[in-house]
Design a protein around this ligand. Structure first.
Ligand SMILES: Cc1cc2nc3c(=O)[nH]c(=O)nc-3n(C[C@H](O)[C@H](O)[C@H](O)COP(=O)(O)OP(=O)(O)OC[C@H]3O[C@@H](n4cnc5c(N)ncnc54)[C@H](O)[C@@H]3O)c2cc1C
Length: 402
């Protein structure tokens, strides 16, 4: 008998029809006659319960849900601030804007709070305030190295268990992913990664954390009804910035953390700033190439077109795997989510893992030699033809105009 949540069988009701065996796409149900559920493989998706004509399968939920501390639903939405070389990561400002929108969806609106590891300088304080932070909470711990994820998560955990925020939003950067996962585990709460939409349930007041599931084939809405805080990570480019208001009053609160920080088994040898290239996520025009570009040399057309339009070149995963463009320029589920004004897809078929990341683009133009390519279902304008013929003509015509 397992004491965690699992699918349980009522042998009295089970007729041994075995319909549930084939309903499970994870291969978690087998057995000679009656279903035997492998809890290692079971994802608790519940499809087997729906498939059972005699309602013999049900979800076992432990009566008492263990929490490390009493659950308090606070009156604030927090955004974790990530700063590198005095520069705030752009996703942070987007999340603060989203927090201001969410705040008004609660029956009693919540305070939007930017959480900074260490002190914040005045320009950054003003920026966070202008983009919607009502309060900037700075955590001070003299031995803290804010670049160490273990330190940041210990500090965030300490703050959250002291002030009980209702929601913590974190940018889905490599730092944010690591800190949020550690913090959620330390706080014994849930975490939804890579949300594409956040809403508040009007009745329960729970945060609805919406994200693509099953390779983008359906949208899942995830809630954290029994635990607080409700934690979500969001990628850059998914949420829209609000119009900054530099007249807002800056409100900073410093909190000293007396607790010891965890031992770090790594040593920081140097912090080297990498020459930043403009990220495709902040580009207003993107010219992307896929397998249909056929070879690296053909990417020169994309670079020419992008340079005329003042944009950036990006690629599908196939283009990246082929080495035609770097991974930091990959658009898609395992790459970046983009929302430019103009997205030109050249020789890209339009698989869900790619197009799920361009739904925020205002205008999509597709060039593909196959008139039935799925990309044309998402494109506002389509050109049927070979990229090696269309692109030189397009570049020549634009050169005459621009
Ligand atoms: C878990 C998972 C995550 C993934 N993550 C990503 C991701 O982040 N990003 C991503 O892009 N993919 C991702 N994929 C892969 C995705 O499923 C597709 O395989 C990929 O997007 C296809 O890339 P493509 O469109 O360049 O190639 P293809 O699907 O091969 O399409 C090439 C297209 O080019 C056209 N074409 C061929 N020759 C020409 C020509 N001469 N002129 C014009 N058109 C031409 C063809 O008609 C075709 O439509 C992921 C897959 C999985 C399973």
């Amino acid at each position: 008998m397992h004491h965690t949540m699992h699918i349980q069988l009522d042998k009295q009701s089970c007729t041994g029809c075995q319909l549930c065996f084939s309903s499970c796409v994870f291969g978690a149900i087998c057995g000679a006659e009656y279903p035997d559920i492998d809890i290692e493989k079971c994802t608790l998706c519940g499809v087997c319960m729906d498939s059972c004509p005699s309602d013999a399968l049900s979800l076992y939920q432990p009566q008492t849900i263990q929490t490390s501390s009493p659950v308090v639903d606070g009156d604030a939405i927090w955004v974790l601030v990530e700063i590198h070389n005095q520069t705030i990561a752009p996703v942070v400002l987007e999340l603060i804007g989203e927090a201001t929108r969410l705040s008004t969806q609660f029956k009693v609106s919540k305070t939007v709070c930017a959480v900074v590891m260490g002190e914040v300088d005045e320009p950054n304080g003003k920026l966070l305030t202008a983009y919607g932070a009502d309060l900037i909470l700075c955590i001070i711990q003299p031995s803290m190295n804010q670049l160490f994820e273990e330190h940041a998560s210990a500090a965030l955990t300490f703050l959250a268990s002291t002030f009980h925020p209702s929601v913590i939003m974190v940018g889905a950067t490599s730092f944010g992913r690591a800190v949020s996962a550690r913090t959620a585990s330390l706080l014994y709460t849930g975490l939804t990664a890579d949300c594409t939409e956040l809403r508040v349930d009007a009745v329960t007041q729970n945060l609805l954390q919406i994200r693509p599931a099953f390779s983008g084939n359906l949208m899942a809405t995830i809630e954290t009804p029994h635990h607080r805080p409700q934690m979500a990570t969001i990628r850059q480019g998914v949420m829209k910035l609000i119009i900054p208001d530099y007249n807002r009053l800056m409100n900073i609160k410093q909190v000293r953390m007396e607790n010891d920080l965890p031992m770090i088994h790594a040593t920081m040898l140097a912090n080297i700033a990498v020459q930043a290239t403009q990220s495709i996520t902040s580009s207003d025009v993107i010219v992307a190439g896929g397998k249909g570009m056929q070879q690296a040399a053909n990417f020169q057309y994309l670079h020419q077109l992008a340079s005329i339009l003042g944009g950036q070149v990006a690629g599908s995963r196939v283009a990246v795997d082929n080495g035609w463009i770097g991974y930091d320029c990959q658009v898609g589920q395992t790459g970046k989510t983009v929302s430019p004004s103009l997205y030109i897809a050249c020789g890209i078929s339009g698989q869900i893992q790619h197009v799920a990341a361009i739904s925020g683009a205002q205008t999509i133009i597709a060039i593909n030699c196959d008139p039935d390519a799925p990309i044309f279902r998402y494109a506002h304008y389509g050109i049927v033809g070979k990229v090696e013929e269309i692109l030189p003509q397009l570049i020549a015509s634009l050169q005459q105009i621009v």
